[in-house]
Structure formats: C-alpha cells, structure tokens
Design a protein around this ligand. Structure first.
Ligand code: PMV
Length: 319
C-alpha cells in the first residue's frame, strides 16, 4: 500500500510582522500549490527522501528530536507523539511551494510529513495536534514565529490569527481573487523578523505606533472580508504595504511589483510574509485579473498565480 499526504502553501493578507508583537493578522491558504509526502511501507527504518529540497536521504529515529534538520525533527516529533521509537517505511517529499519566499513552504512540508507518518502508522492525527507539532519545528528553525503559518497551512482555511487566542476561521462573503507574484528574490523571514526587533528596540514609540496601525487595519480588513467590501479591502492592503515599508521590510523589487499591480488595475497590493524578497499579493476582480497578471510579468515577476479564496473549497489556478 502506498498513498499521499499533503498540505497547502499560504499567503498573508494583512498583519505580518505586527502579529509577532501581539497584533492580529489574516492569512489565506494557497490550495493550488502544495507540499506532498508520498509514503510506502518498507522493511527498513523510516527514511525521508526530499531530493528537490536538496537533502540526502534522512533515516529517522526518535533520537532525531534534537535534529538540526527541520524535516527530521518533524518526523521524530510525530513519532514521539504516537509513542513510537521506530517505524518502517519511506516518505518521499516533493513541494511545489517555492522556498524562502513567504509562501509557507516549511510549515507545509512539516504538515505533510506529520500526516504521512500518521497514515503509515494507521492512526488519525487531529489538526490541533499536528498544528502544535509543526509550530514546534517552526520555533526551532525559524526564530520567533507567531504561529500563523502553521495554523493556516494545517487547517487550510482563511484565518484571523492572534498570538495566544483561538484562531478564527473566516467566512468570506464575496470570493477574494488574489494574484500572487514572486520577485524571485530568496529571503529569510528570520532575518527580517530580527531586523524589526532591532528597529523596535531603537525606535520603540514609532515602531509601536506602526504595529498599532497595522492591527487596526487588520480588524477593518476582517470586516471587509466578512461583509464583501472588496474595494476597501484593497485600500487597506496598499496601506498595509506602506506600513511594512516603514518597518523597512520591503525591497525596491517588491515596491516595483506593488506599483505595477496597482497601475494595471489591482484594488490593492502589498508584500506578503517576511518581506525583503519573496512574494507580493494583489487583490483583483474578474476584469483586472489578466491585466494585473500580465503587468506583473512585464515588471519582472518570476512566477504569477491567481488564487480564489472563499468559494466553498479553495480553488487555485497556477501558471
Ligand atoms: O513565513 P513568512 O515569510 O510568511 O512570515 C510569516 C509572517 C511574519 O509575521 C513575518 C513572521 C511570523 O512568524 O508571524
């Protein structure tokens, strides 16, 4: 018997960075790009194969609990959760989610591994437990994560998230058409998060005000999503981008893509995730979607994808 487990990528619609400081943020799953973990039982100790993540095969036992490799750590933590000292089988990981680009690749790979091990073991792994395990890996490998990435990826639902609170899964009144465009620049979220921490230390009053403004914007964005006020949501996203620039986490290439999206008719646009590189997102409607995609390609985006959030199941189309 062999089978497949998976988890989606994600984009942050509003509130990144401020969420680390206790403000709310909103994230959307990107169900059209996924991390997949194909598993099959074998007679050998559990081995993870992740060729496209540039890793040699990893043989797992629960001694890997302190592993420096996040994939091995996730496997070991999941085995520990099930009380297993060893497990036989092979898990092959393939991810369509670009790494180091703010699209949740790390959390999705971890979630897919956890689900694959649960299936190999023949036991259900509830999302709440999986979420805790993925968060543990995020903490050990990504600095001081807020927990938003693992939550949106594991539950695969639009989420309003705040540290310490129960995540609120959002009802979307009118489907959200979001273009995701990659700058092609790899960037590490932990570096951007560390720089914001330095800024918050050097200019505490000014930074606290920016976090405050972002938090207020996220709350208004939630109202817009729940009441179908797409035009205002677009304005809030663009304003959020300006505040992220004030936190110095944008980059000329990201600003250029944001401007290109607006000039092509997007309702709003912003960087998404840690920033400095990675992706921008643009809110569009049916009419502007193809024009915005074309404008972003002409402005240098290396990959452009249209996502629709809030049509029952997530429904993405990639190109
Ligand atoms: O993983 P990224 O690049 O999407 O960043 C997550 C959002 C941050 O707020 C920058 C960090 C966090 O842990 O919330």
């Amino acid at each position: 018997m062999s089978a497949q487990a998976s988890a989606p990528g994600k984009a942050i619609l509003a509130g990144e960075h401020a969420v680390v400081y206790g403000k709310p943020a909103i994230a959307l799953p990107l169900s059209g790009i996924r991390a997949n973990a194909a598993y099959r039982p074998t007679g050998s100790p559990l081995t993870l194969i992740a060729e496209d993540l540039a890793r040699p095969p990893l043989v797992i036992d629960t001694g890997d609990i302190v592993s420096s490799d996040p994939l091995a750590l996730m496997a070991a933590l999941t085995m520990q959760y099930f009380g297993l000292e060893s497990l036989q089988g092979e898990i092959r990981i393939q991810s369509e989610i670009p790494i180091a680009s703010g699209l949740g690749s790390g959390a999705a790979v971890s979630a897919a591994i956890g689900r694959a091990i649960a299936q190999l073991h023949g036991t259900a792994l509830p999302n709440a437990a999986l979420n805790r395990l993925v968060f543990e890996v995020e903490k050990q490998h990504h600095g001081t994560p807020s927990g938003i990435d693992n939550t949106v990826v594991v539950y695969e639902s639009p989420v309003y998230f705040e540290i310490g609170g129960a995540p609120a899964f959002l009802e979307i009144a009118d489907p959200l058409l979001v273009v995701v465009a990659d700058s092609g620049i790899a960037s590490l979220t932990r570096d951007a998060v560390a720089d914001v921490r330095t800024l918050a230390r050097l200019a505490p009053t000014q930074t606290a005000r920016v976090f405050e403004d972002i938090g207020a914007m996220v709350n208004e964005a939630r109202q817009c999503i729940e009441h179908g006020n797409i035009a205002r949501l677009g304005e809030l996203m663009s304003a959020n981008h300006r505040l992220l620039r004030a936190l110095d986490v944008s980059a000329a290439e990201l600003d250029n893509l944001v401007d290109a999206a607006i000039n092509a008719g997007a309702l709003g646009a912003k960087l998404s995730g840690g920033g400095r590189g990675g992706n921008i997102i643009a809110l569009v409607d049916e009419a502007s979607a193809p024009v915005v995609k074309q404008g972003l390609i002409e402005a240098g985006a290396t990959q452009v994808m249209l996502t629709v959030a809030g049509q029952g199941s997530q429904n993405d189309d990639s190109d």
